[in-house]
Design a protein. Structure first.
Length: 201
């Protein structure tokens, strides 16, 4: 087994650890029958942001624009390692998408100043907007109502404000190509996600 293969396996194991760390949050979002899960095809919840580390402030989704909403936390190494990849996608689709990375799951030992340090250290490797959530509003309305509350996690919001896709940032490449070229079928994606959600409860 070569060194690169070992690195790739370790990277995905670290992602799995981040997901499992937040798994109880996902379960809590599922146990109440009154809580409607946030799935593909639903209208995207509001943006609740409280300060930008990088980029121009944004408060609402503009009709006719495509958005990638990425969630990360300061203690998730894969989240940080994936930021240069997200920058490449931002550059590739610079005329078609708006990318906002939202820092969530803040803890006392990981203050906002640590998030600022991380983004500053990456410099030009981060060419998209990075913001703090307001309180815990975005993790509550986006992540905890989704069937998987772990990070890293990205959502794509299509031109009419619906969630077109959600998943791991590594899978954005093919998805964005289809969405930007109007070849993505939201209804089919919703049916597939709903099947996965039913299997998870």
């Amino acid at each position: 087994m070569n060194y690169n293969s070992i690195k790739v396996k370790l990277f995905y194991l670290t992602i799995l650890a981040c997901i499992l760390f937040h798994y109880p949050l996902s379960v809590e979002a599922q146990v109440s029958a009154s809580d409607k899960p946030l799935l593909i095809g639903d209208m995207a919840p509001s943006l609740k942001l409280d300060g930008f580390i990088k980029g121009s402030p944004l408060g609402t989704f503009d009709s006719g624009s495509i958005y990638v909403i990425d969630f990360w936390t300061t203690y998730c190494k894969p989240c940080i390692e994936l930021m240069p990849h997200l920058s490449k996608l931002t550059q590739k689709y610079k005329d078609d998408i708006n990318v906002i990375s939202v820092n969530v799951y803040q803890k006392r030992q990981y203050p906002r100043s640590r998030a600022v340090e991380i983004i500053d250290s990456l410099g030009r490797k981060v060419n998209f907007s990075v913001a703090f959530e307001s309180g815990t509003e975005m993790q509550n309305t986006w992540l905890k109502h989704n069937w998987n509350a772990g990070v890293p996690k990205s959502f794509v919001v299509e031109k009419i404000g619906r969630i077109a896709w959600s998943g791991y940032p590594t899978d954005l490449d093919n998805v964005l190509k289809l969405i930007v070229n109007n070849q993505w079928n939201v209804d089919s994606a919703r049916r597939a996600e709903n099947r996965n959600y039913q299997l998870s409860i």
